[in-house]
Design a protein around this ligand. Structure first.
Ligand SMILES: [Zn+2]
Length: 469
């Protein structure tokens, strides 16, 4: 916020000192996230991405054409997209050649004429090169991650620009079309529904469409050898894809049958989560079980979570719960990550309570017994979930477990009915929009009628084991 008002002040200065024609100004080079200041851009909002991708796994070569429909939110002289790697062949704006330059992840595009505020425009970027992931601050791989037979494509928090030019911020929702061409015999998956599959001889083009609003980090284009099975759950088109080579973490032998039997929990889990939180937010559902042995995490890609190995039942419930909390209700700033992971982890606990395995209260008590001065306690109680020092802590234990404990402690404090009203309202009021921790606290106080300032201070903002709340 400080950074933004400073930018605004600078723009005003420039405008007041220059002639009227200078009212067209460059869009901001970042969306201002505290952890990823260069991610995303300013001056426009994307409405739709149409991505044509041609991938040759044997040499990891990706040729892409991105057609992006957007609307200017200021009088723009130039604007940026985020793109990592590749050679950009051409850029057009509304069909006319535009000049462009590159610096770091910023692709700066200068159309032949300025773009007026509120004007719709389209930009087409043609690019090609060696596709590759980036390493996140916590050293995990993010983006287009080549596998033996294709690529495992997961983008949280900053992988999307490794495979398409993007306004890479969780604040910009858009719809998507994908046309992904891969060698014959391989399957390309993406978010949403399968539109068509075209046999080109040596290659196959898979077209997918996601009509629900989606932010960039939830996109996917995972591809390789897959057994893709289509079905229906709860009236929704269902697409489950299992790599015949997938296996449990650490196992030498593939076991796709086990993957299929694990995925069989989805209908019951979906019904449970719908009853708990409200209607499923998207028009399709499914799962991708790949074998991506160097990735070490699964991700809640919208409508099709990506699993790097065969997932546990808890992990399937976790990623499904993210469809409500993470994918439909989307964090506005990365430091509020507990809003994603705390809800998804608590969803595992309430699922296990529902199944008679262990109550969420017992799960809370077991964790609460962790002494602060033990190694596990240092891991669990530091830092506070909403006081992460930097992006390297985004996926640390407190974000998950202490985030879930915050919700369970809230459940016990305000009572079952009030708690359920809070979480259902959180979803119903914020579906397909951005939220902050402050929004959640305000909603919990409004619904409960209680002052919860000290409660959330103890659970979310004070490092160390909370002693009273
Ligand atoms: Zn998660």
């Amino acid at each position: 916020m400080v950074l933004r008002s400073l930018c605004a002040a600078l723009v005003l200065l420039v405008v007041s000192a220059a002639p009227a024609a200078a009212a067209f100004t460059p869009g901001a080079t970042g969306a201002g996230d505290p952890f990823f200041p260069q991610a995303g851009n300013g001056g426009y909002e994307v409405r739709h991405y149409s991505l044509k991708l041609d991938y040759e796994p044997q040499n990891e070569q990706l040729d892409g054409t991105a057609e992006i429909s957007a609307r200017a939110t200021q009088d723009l002289s130039s604007f940026n997209l985020d793109l990592v790697g590749f050679k950009v062949g051409s850029v057009t704006v509304d069909g006319s050649a535009a000049s462009f330059s590159r610096k770091g992840q910023e692709l700066t595009i200068t159309p032949s004429e300025g773009l007026r505020r509120n004007r719709d425009f389209s930009v087409t970027v043609v690019y090609a090169g060696h596709a590759n992931y980036i390493l996140d601050p916590d050293k995990s791989k993010d983006g287009w991650i080549p596998t033996d037979d294709g690529a495992f494509v997961v983008n949280e928090p900053q992988g999307s620009p490794t495979w398409f030019p993007a306004n890479d911020t969780p604040k910009d929702f858009a719809t998507y079309d994908f046309a992904i061409t891969v060698p014959e015999g391989r399957t390309a998956l993406a978010n949403g529904v399968l539109v068509s599959k075209t046999d080109n001889g040596d290659t196959t083009t898979w077209r997918w469409r996601e009509d629900s609003p989606m932010v960039t980090y939830l996109t996917t284009a995972t591809n390789g050898v897959f057994d893709l099975r289509e079905g229906t759950i709860a009236g929704l088109p269902e697409y489950n894809a299992v790599d015949p080579n997938t296996r449990l973490f650490g196992q030498k032998s593939p076991n796709p049958d086990l993957a299929w039997s694990r995925l069989a929990v989805q209908p019951e889990a979906l019904e449970f989560l719908i009853n708990l939180y409200g209607p499923y937010p998207f028009d399709s559902i499914g799962a991708i079980v790949d074998y991506a042995p160097n990735v070490f995490y699964s991700l809640e890609s919208q409508s099709k979570p990506n699993y790097w190995v065969i997932p546990s039942e808890d992990t399937i419930v976790h990623e499904l719960a993210h469809m409500w909390f993470g994918d439909a209700v989307v964090l506005e700033r990365w430091p509020d990550m507990w809003l994603n992971e705390g809800f998804a982890t608590w969803s595992e606990w309430i699922w296990n309570e529902h199944k008679g395995v262990k109550s969420a209260a017992q799960q809370f008590d077991d964790l609460y017994d962790t002494p602060e001065d033990s190694a596990d306690g240092q891991d669990l109680w530091f830092p506070a979930p909403n006081e992460l020092a930097d992006a390297s802590e985004l996926f640390h234990t407190p974000v998950y477990d202490r985030g879930a404990m915050t919700l369970q402690a809230l459940r016990e404090k305000v009572g079952e009915d009030t708690f359920l009203t809070i979480v259902r309202s959180w979803y119903a009021e914020n579906r397909h929009s951005n939220v902050t921790t402050a929004d959640f606290i305000a909603l919990a106080e409004r619904v409960s009628g209680e002052d919860l300032g000290d409660f959330f201070q103890a659970w979310l903002f004070e490092e160390g084991k909370p002693e009273s709340w």
